[in-house]
Design a protein around this ligand. Structure first.
Ligand code: ADP
Ligand code: ZN
Ligand code: ZN
Length: 737
């Protein structure tokens, strides 16, 4: 007979790379102890809430030294088995402590130990006595009378939202009516959603869309990753909608990941219009309890369509049928701090675990995904044409060399803008730099205003009359005189969106201009109202940063100007060119919808650059082939695998010391096939007052790299200087800064 499994292996949220063994408490009902339940445990000198990962028969720790748990918080697992598996896999792959990884997957309310169940919906309704009562009896009790009248309108029961509409103290009136026996309080659970017939009919698909829908539909019930590649407006969303309909028809759920909900209101709206069921949306505006409700609805199967940003990848699903990742190339799908997972890559892994298809969609897929498609790991579904009657925008390069310029706007560009405006069309200008000017310089001695805490310039924000650091958030009033030579002539150098807006206003004094960037949309609702002005045609010129490049469709925009592409051509990051091309094509996709042919003009001082030449051909597959060739020659991802160890400290030498030590430790392990680069200072060495350095590991052999990381990463915490630095490991880093 086997010995009983009564060692509880528990993941506790702590930066340590292990799980912890505990004993059941003395009156423990062992039947409810399934992996996935939350338990309160003594941890060091405090108490902590952990998650039971497995039951074991033996422990490496002597039995007498094991402590019992304090209590088990759940009767049933809060985290279903498949989420536990996904998180364990991710913790392993990203070499991130399991306890913290699991914590990331739990909604905040559950992390804090709140009950794992829906809050009942509370409402009040009239008793039979209350219904037949005579209003006259309440003549002297106006508060009660008001509540009584209100409840008569809600035979199913009124909630506090409805009663709140009443003037005065409705709670007092309500209590008095309950005392009379005229009203009872009732608690009901959230009504489950059922997939009813669709609200809006499907569109007639073109043959490419049909082929995509057929292929994905045929894969339902099994795992297959698809790369849906189609220019903006080619009808990808329509493909999603029709496949989703099939999944809902089979009684299953769909998980849709998007980069930023705030930037995709139109997508959410289209989902909402197409299906009669409510869409469960995870967005940053939810309170802890709203988030928990949405999470529970997904887990119990009552939510059918779940839409969220990257962290939604850990949403439990009762009947999973399909996972969609829209804009799969977007960097925001990768978490940039703490648990640095890629939601896109985890989506593919989750699809494999769950045996459901995964659709990655983009007009400009990541090179990683293009490569996976080329290697047949993903099935490529192409939508080469714009759907409906809309036609492709044309892309044209504007040679800026020796051209007259006005605040970054060439005369050629201004002329073309005038033509489009004269025709009553809208113009969109893209400049990925907010503020007035990126640099403030002394004309006399060349001094520039730098950030005291970062190795970077302060950006001039003229309206607020301040200098701001876009890296650490520091700001200060603008110097009146040069601190170096006391000269009074300080000049803004370069263009930000504010400066361009100002210049445009002078050029086109009668035209309404909307500037859309993080500064102009900070106030709640301002983004929405600006988008409204853009869509209604009230504002004729739109100038913005990448906020404008995503998600929104402006049917009346016939010209897009890209003001500054050149910096992307010479970026220090090896992904710089890929990003530049993606951004340019994404922006280009905003124009020329709705049957109006669009024109994209790119200002450049390097019109002969091969990449720009390819860009005007607009064949993304062709461009990505070229970029992949370069990556291959340089042995960069996706042809090799990277892991970046970062360290930072207030002390200048500490990060280097730590990384050097880490590298020496690795030398004792199996480092065959692995190349170490560094330690070197980070591209921006000082940020927010801390010095930063990094050590890059590169290998063509992924298993070898991960074998090393598995041994090496947990031992890093033992390095003496580890306590004096903040360090982190980034597997498959997207950003080398
Ligand atoms: P994407 O997601 O690739 O940008 P959408 O699905 O949003 O493309 O489609 C772009 C536009 O074309 C939308 O207005 C959509 O309603 C329309 N559309 C999509 N598919 C079709 C179709 N088969 N026939 C007619 N119009 C379509
Ligand atoms: Zn000076
Ligand atoms: Zn700074």
């Amino acid at each position: 007979m086997s010995s009983p499994s009564n060692i509880l292996r528990i993941a506790v949220p702590t930066p340590l790379y292990r799980i912890f063994d505990y004993l059941p408490h003395s009156t423990q009902n062992m039947d409810t102890l399934e992996p996935g339940v939350r338990v309160r445990v003594p941890f060091g000198r405090t108490k902590s809430i952990g998650v039971l990962v497995e039951l074991a028969e033996t422990s490496d720790i002597e039995h007498g030294r094991l402590k019992p748990i304090l209590e088990c918080l759940d009767e049933h697992p809060a985290l279903p088995q498949d989420i536990l598996e996904l998180v364990s896999w991710a913790s392993n792959y990203y070499h991130y402590p399991i306890g913290e990884a699991i914590n990331t997957a739990l909604p905040a309310a559950l992390r804090k130990g709140l009950p794992d169940k829906s809050k009942p919906v509370i409402s009040w309704c009239l008793t039979p006595e209350g219904k037949s009562a005579d209003q006259k009896d309440l003549k002297r009790a106006p508060r009660q009378a008001a509540v009584h009248i209100c409840l008569q309108q809600y035979p199913e029961g009124a909630k506090s939202e409805q009663l709140q509409q009443l003037p005065g103290d409705w709670r007092g009136g309500l209590q008095a009516l309950i005392k009379r026996g005229w009203v009872v309080k009732q608690e009901t659970n959230m009504t489950p959603q059922t997939a009813e017939s669709q609200a809006q009919p499907h569109l007639q698909l073109n043959s490419y869309q049909q082929e995509a829908v057929d292929n994905i539909s045929a894969a339902l019930g099994s795992f297959q990753a698809f790369l849906l590649h189609g220019v903006t407006g080619s009808g990808k969303t329509e493909v999603y909608l029709q496949v989703i309909d099939a999944v809902l028809g089979a009684g299953q759920q769909v998980l849709v990941l998007v980069p930023e909900i705030g930037l995709t209101p139109q997508l959410v709206q289209r989902f909402q219009q197409r299906f009669q069921i409510p869409i469960t949306v995870f967005h940053s505006g939810l309170s802890d309890s709203e988030r928990l409700e949405a999470w529970l609805a997904a887990r119990n199967g009552s939510a059918s369509i779940i839409l969220g940003t990257r962290s939604a990848i850990f949403t439990p699903l009762k009947n999973p049928g399909l996972i969609i990742v829209d804009e799969e190339h977007d960097v925001s799908l990768k978490q940039q701090d703490g648990f640095r997972y890629s939601a896109r890559d985890l989506a593919v892994m989750r699809g494999r675990f769950l045996q459901v298809p995964v659709v990655l969609g983009s007009a400009t897929p990541s090179l990683e995904s293009m490569h996976n498609a080329a290697e047949s790991r993903y099935q490529l579904l192409g939508l080469p044409d714009r759907a409906g009657d809309a036609c492709h925008a044309s892309i044209e390069l504007l040679d800026m060399r020796a051209q007259p310029m006005d605040e970054g706007l060439s005369h050629k560009l201004l002329q073309r803008m005038q033509q489009h405006l004269d025709q009553g069309s809208q113009v969109l200008l893209f400049l990925n730099r907010r503020g007035y000017a990126p640099v403030l310089m002394c004309h006399e001695c060349g001094w520039t205003a730098g950030c005291d805490r970062c190795d970077t310039h302060m950006t001039l924000h003229k309206q607020r009359n301040r200098l701001c650091c876009h890296h650490c958030g520091a700001d200060r009033v603008i110097e009146k005189t040069c601190p170096n030579c006391t000269n009074e002539e300080l000049k803004p150098i370069g263009q930000g969106t504010q400066r361009t807006e100002q210049a445009l206003q002078q050029h086109f004094p009668d035209i309404t201009i909307s500037r859309i960037d993080r500064d102009s949309t900070r106030r709640k609702g301002s983004m929405e109202s600006m988008l409204e002005d853009a869509l209604s045609g009230k504002s004729q010129i739109l100038i913005g940063t990448q906020l404008l490049a995503k998600g929104h469709h402006f049917p009346n925009v016939t010209m897009v100007g890209i003001l500054d592409t050149d910096q992307g051509l010479f970026s220090a990051d090896f992904r710089g060119t890929e990003r530049m091309v993606q951004l340019a094509l994404q922006v280009a996709g905003r124009a020329g919808r709705a049957e109006k042919p669009g024109q994209v003009l790119i200002q450049t001082h390097h019109p002969d650059h091969p990449l720009l030449g390819m860009l005007s051909g607009q064949d993304y597959s062709h461009i990505s082939d070229g970029l992949l060739q370069e990556r291959k020659q340089a042995c960069l991802p996706p042809f090799s695998n990277l892991a970046l160890l970062r360290a930072e400290a207030a002390d200048y030498s500490m990060p280097h010391q730590f990384l050097q030590h880490a590298k020496e430790m690795a030398a004792h392990l199996d480092i065959q096939y692995i190349e170490f680069m560094g330690p070197v200072p980070a591209p921006m060495e000082r940020r927010a007052g801390r010095y930063r350095a990094q050590l890059l590991l590169q290998s063509e052999n992924r298993p070898a790299l991960h074998r090393l990381l598995k041994q090496w990463t947990p031992s890093l915490e033992k390095i003496k200087s580890a306590r004096k630095v903040r360090w982190s490991l980034d597997v498959d880093p997207l950003d080398m800064f």
